[in-house]
Design a protein. Structure first.
Length: 145
């Protein structure tokens, strides 16, 4: 789905407060990244601080810090679980997030403790009206357009 010039794939779930996406990739494993709105509007991302493999987080804990020339974001985990993998390519080239937020620029993979409960609090990519309303509000409130 496209809202203005931002893409929102339908097979993902969106954490609207921190503009993260979640993709269920196996039974209890999820991949997490930054959505297209945040990737485009944050400016060129210069630094990413990812968690350590094996580290555990509760939903709402700060899990990743991202810095650009105009923004520092401390992003909160959309699910509770344990970090299984991080995208180590981001240490050398954090701007992968800007160029490819849904593919090469993913952040981490977690073993989620209760996928169904946590994903239930997110916006499904198939909920096109909710995504459209959310992004149009973000454009007005954050970008003043």
């Amino acid at each position: 789905m496209k809202v203005h010039n931002y893409e929102f794939p339908e097979d993902l779930y969106y954490h609207k407060e921190d503009h993260l996406w979640v993709k269920a990739i196996e039974k209890n494993k999820v991949r997490i990244g930054i959505d297209d709105f945040a990737a485009k509007e944050s400016g060129r991302i210069d630094f990413v601080d990812l968690p350590r493999i094996g580290e555990e987080f509760s939903k709402g804990d700060v899990i990743v810090t991202i810095e650009s020339g105009k923004w520092v974001g401390r992003l909160r985990s959309p699910v509770s679980g344990k970090v299984l993998y991080v995208n180590e390519r981001l240490y050398d080239d954090p701007s992968l997030i800007n160029r490819s937020p849904y593919d090469e620029g993913w952040l981490l993979v977690m073993e989620a403790y209760d996928v169904e409960r946590d994903i239930g609090d997110l916006i499904a990519g198939t909920q096109t009206d909710k995504i459209k309303d959310w992004i149009e509000r973000e454009i007005k409130e954050r970008l003043g357009r």
